[in-house]
Design a protein around this ligand. Sequence first.
Ligand code: NAI
Length: 302
Amino acid sequence: MSELRFDGRVAIITGAGGGLGRSHALELARRGAQVLVNDLGGAVDGSGSSMSAADRVVDEITALGGIAAPNHDSVATADGGKAIVQGALDAFGRVDILVNNAGILRDKAFHKMDDAMIESVIDVHLKGALFVSQPAYRLMREQGYGRIVNTSSASGLFGNFGQANYGAAKAGLAGLTRVLALEGAGRGIKVNAIAPIAATRMTEEILGTLADKVSPDSVSPLVAYLAHEECSVSGRVYSVAGGRIARIFVAETHGVVLGKNTPEEIQAKLSLIDVMDGERYHLPLSLEDETAIIAKALSEVS
Ligand code: NAI
């Protein structure tokens, strides 16, 4: 097995001043990538800012013999996204890899969540990924090559109490991954997502004894693979924690075409609609795929 190297490649890692982002930045830099270390340097809830988080990671990479430059813009605005991508161009002249990792938490039961909690979390995670991805994606499209790795979460894909804002944003990242994978396929661009669990400041109060087994650097090898030229997949979402990796996918039951399309008939057939045995579900890989499944089901009854 030859080492997967990134010599000559330029990577942007957002939120790389600590936690998972720092670990991804170190992993890619160790393998030869030139890394733009972006971080606003705020608290877990997004408050405050400081240049030192990104600068420290750049110093770490440089001390290990790697190449990195800092960037302190926020991902949460369109201008910030453009400035981050421009920062990579100014420092290294191109962009091959984008890891959308920056994130904050503002947890609260939904009935108590205020507007600022909703807006700030959607802004950083979901709009942030769109705002940084778009200028990077445009460059990737022009050069016919790119890798984007988004950071989703089990919270959005499976649900988690107290995270309506965060879960909605993280599920949105899975959607963004699917759409960009389809749009970028003809231009050498691969887009995948991870749903990690790792012991960082974000999770220090919730992981308990699992914390010892799920270091951030156990997540970064998957990010490196998905960011590499030899990555063979696109549009996928992987659960990753402590060296365990699994694919997460969206499936659809075989479905039922109702004789009478009434609420009463739906009530009567719900268990059949919901049934998920091995033979009776579909794995549509796009909206087009799903539409074809629907068309086939309807044609079989007409
Ligand atoms: P962390 O708090 O250590 O790292 C997040 C980084 O993003 C921080 O350094 C922060 O300063 C930066 N950041 C926040 N807002 C920013 C903005 N507007 N612009 C630029 N940078 C900004 O937390 P962690 O755990 O490393 O999280 C990294 C990503 O992984 C996040 O997207 C998080 O939601 C996600 N994640 C983490 C999980 C875990 O178990 N740690 C679980 C699932 C997802």
